[in-house]
Design a protein around this ligand. Structure first.
Ligand code: AMP
Ligand code: GLY
Length: 412
């Protein structure tokens, strides 16, 4: 069996590591991969959808798994299906649940999914007139994909007006700012739940706590994620029940009534407030760094559950009772200006955690930084404290110029 994994983050490294022990898989290819995937298989430098399609046909690849959102929103699944190529992920139309916040908000409203109250705008002046009547803080979102930077929590009218101008007139995120979603600010804690879809049903994984802010104590700018802990100790059974009744179930009903039967992942970005659990967003893929801790605790064979979903079979997900922690090591300055090209040393001194590279590549026997999120350290333990000690031992010994990581991941 040959597999292609699209993406180059630590998420893709975690998927690869999970599949690596499966004897049925003879070779894994990665587009474009990183320093971990280069060791587990072969990195290829193709990234157009047509180029990937041709590669899969030529190499007779049996299954393609897509990590990031951009190729899904661009229609990689539609193209592969035209050629009867097996691929796990939603079609372009369904990926719009992530690619367009206006579309997903309308979907949530139509199907009575518990979410923040919001209005969608296409005209600049109407958005300005609206915020002048509102109380603050207020959340302003560019509808399209903006690399996680298109959400601003405006504390006052001046900030709201500036943001609307930047998104709609200056177009700092290009066409992503053609439509805006302006919504009420919800205060609480966040949780990520990712479910497998077999086209008929959704099968949720354990809830994950993602540390989104760059700085200790949840300060500084939002990032793609600085670390994760699973299962989230904050997310109780009552929250889970609330999620299942008011978010998971109506989402499935909404998908069915919209005639959407996708096979892939759906990620629920949740905010838990004193009034219960709200859906902030859908992502139509696995999360990064959520995947790192999910794969560490998932007891099923990943290839089998994906194939079962593709065939429309029921699956039963099993997770270990242990705790998992992922610590992301970055290039200083991330998510803003960063410098890369520095050698990463002492990987061999890491004792009890997995090292999953992201923004890192090999040159001969040496590994160099290439991106904002450089690597993930992942460990499990009977307690969060134990798993935490393991990942921080790794972070203590690994060195590269401008390294940065948070000190408080999984400190409960
Ligand atoms: P989104 O891409 O819509 O999930 O937004 C990115 C981040 O912005 C979320 O993870 C939250 O931290 C924050 N956020 C989004 N919507 C809201 C909201 N209605 N209230 C408070 N924070 C929000
Ligand atoms: N960690 C959040 C995401 O992958 O979107």
């Amino acid at each position: 069996m040959k597999i292609l994994i699209v993406g180059n983050g630590a998420r893709e490294s975690a998927i690869a590591l999970k599949l690596n022990s499966d004897k049925r898989i003879s070779k894994m290819y990665f587009a474009k991969g990183n320093a971990t995937t280069e060791v587990l298989g072969q990195n290829i430098y193709e990234d157009s959808i047509e180029g990937l399609r041709d590669f899969v046909i030529k190499e007779r690849i049996d299954l393609t798994i897509v990590g990031p959102e951009a190729p899904l929103v661009a229609g990689i699944v539609d193209e592969f299906k035209k050629y009867n190529l097996k691929i796990f992920g939603p079609r372009k139309r369904t990926a719009e649940l992530e690619g367009s916040k206006a579309f997903s908000k309308k979907f949530m409203q139509t199907h009575n999914i518990k979410t923040a109250k919001a209005v969608v705008f296409e005209a600049y002046q109407e958005a300005i007139d609206y915020v002048r009547t509102q109380e603050f803080p207020l959340v302003i979102k560019a509808s399209g994909l903006a690399g996680g930077k298109g959400v601003v929590i405006a504390d006052d009218l001046a900030e709201a007006e500036t943001t609307i101008h930047q998104f709609m007139i200056d177009r700092i995120f290009g066409d992503a700012g053609i439509q805006l979603v302006i919504e009420e600010y919800l205060s609480g804690f966040e949780a990520s739940i990712i479910a497998f879809s077999n086209g008929e049903k959704l099968f949720p994984c354990i809830p994950v706590k993602d540390y989104k802010k760059a700085g200790n104590g949840d300060t500084g700018p939002n990032t793609g994620g600085m670390g994760t802990a699973a299962p989230s100790p904050e997310f109780t059974e009552a929250h889970q029940k609330d999620f299942e009744e008011n978010i998971l179930k109506p989402t499935l009903e909404g998908l069915h009534s919209s005639n959407i039967r996708f096979k892939g992942f759906i990620f629920f970005g949740l905010m838990v407030t004193n009034d219960g659990t709200y859906l902030l967003e859908y992502n139509m893929r696995l999360g990064d760094p959520e995947t790192q801790v999910i794969m560490a605790l998932l007891e099923n064979n990943l290839y089998d559950v994906i194939m079962d979903c593709l065939e429309g079979n029921e699956i039963e997900l099993k997770f270990s009772d242990q705790k998992a922690v992922c610590l992301v090591m970055c290039s200083g300055g991330y998510p803003r200006q960063i410098e890369t090209g520095f050698e990463i040393r002492n990987i061999d001194k890491v004792k009890d955690s997995q090292v999953l590279f992201a923004g890192a590549k090999m040159k001969g026997n040496q590994i160099f930084t290439t991106g904002g999120r450089v690597l993930s350290l992942v460990a499990t333990g009977d307690t969060f404290e134990e798993a935490r000690e393991k990942v921080y031992q790794g972070a203590d010994v690994i060195h590269y110029d401008y390294e940065y990581y948070r000190d408080d991941i999984a400190k409960f």
